[in-house]
Design a binder for this molecule. Structure first.
Ligand code: ATP
Ligand code: NCN
Length: 205
């Protein structure tokens, strides 16, 4: 594989990875990113704009359109929008993490996700490998907290849950470790934005 073009990083840096379809990106993504920086004490967050979620039947809008919109929605000196998964040719988080950790040894990556994704996390490819190799930070999302708390992943990894009040330690701990933070919630979704017609896929993808 040719060398990856990634945002600047250095050993010991704590970087949250927010993978997403971002189809379209919205204020909810920006909100949880700012909360993750604060609550998990992260040095930076990278948005990993997905080539396409393997569990979603319909492909998203073209990568370039979603990358450009993401850069408009999320403007912060410590947040970077990355097409690393397109470069790698990966739609699977476990595979992406393997490659990023090899490419950036010593960086302390944290996988970030909304509570809705924890609820179906056990359907992801090699999800237990993800849990065993990187700390996971979960952010509250409207209507998803109960399902997340009762999920298979939450049950199996219950002994490794870091209390929310200790969230600042997450990035420095050795996996498996995960932390659910009860941040203020924004009821916004890409699904609702697509339905409202404010976002349509460009035809060249
Ligand atoms: N309003 C929100 N609150 C908390 N987490 C969110 C919110 N919106 C998105 N996320 C999280 O951001 C990540 C990327 O989400 P995604 O790009 O799929 O947006 P979405 O609004 O969930 O899209 P869709 O409605 O198409 O499923 C996921 O981990 C998701 O849980
Ligand atoms: O690895 C998997 O099997 C897998 C299954 C479903 C979702 N994901 C990842 O989860 C992230 C959130 O996806 P989405 O579509 O909910 O924004 C994104 O990075 C996806 O690639 C990953």
């Amino acid at each position: 594989m040719p060398a990856l073009t990634l945002p600047l990083s250095w050993p010991g840096q704590t970087i949250g990875l927010l993978g997403g379809s971002f189809d379209p990106p919205h204020a909810g993504h920006a909100h949880i990113t700012r909360e993750a920086l604060k609550r998990f004490g992260l040095d930076a967050v990278w948005w990993l704009v997905s080539p396409g979620n393997p569990l979603k039947a319909h492909g998203p809008a073209p990568m370039a359109q979603r990358m450009e919109a993401s850069a408009q929605v999320m403007q912060h000196p410590r947040v970077f929008i990355s097409d690393a998964e397109a470069q790698i040719g990966s739609r699977y988080t476990a595979q992406t993490l393997r490659i990023l950790r090899a490419a950036r040894p010593g960086v302390r990556f944290v996988w970030l996700m909304g509570a809705d994704n924890l609820a179906q996390f056990d359907q992801w490819q090699d999800w237990q490998e993800i849990m065993e190799t990187v700390p996971v930070g979960v952010l509250a999302r409207p209507d998803a907290r109960t399902a997340a708390r009762g999920s298979k992943a939450a049950r199996i990894y219950a002994p490794y849950r870091l209390p929310g009040r200790q969230s600042q330690r997450l990035a420095r701990l050795q996996a498996p470790v995960w932390c659910f933070v009860n941040v203020p919630m924004l009821a916004i979704s890409s699904t609702a934005l697509r339905a409202s017609g404010v976002w349509t896929a460009a035809s060249d993808g």
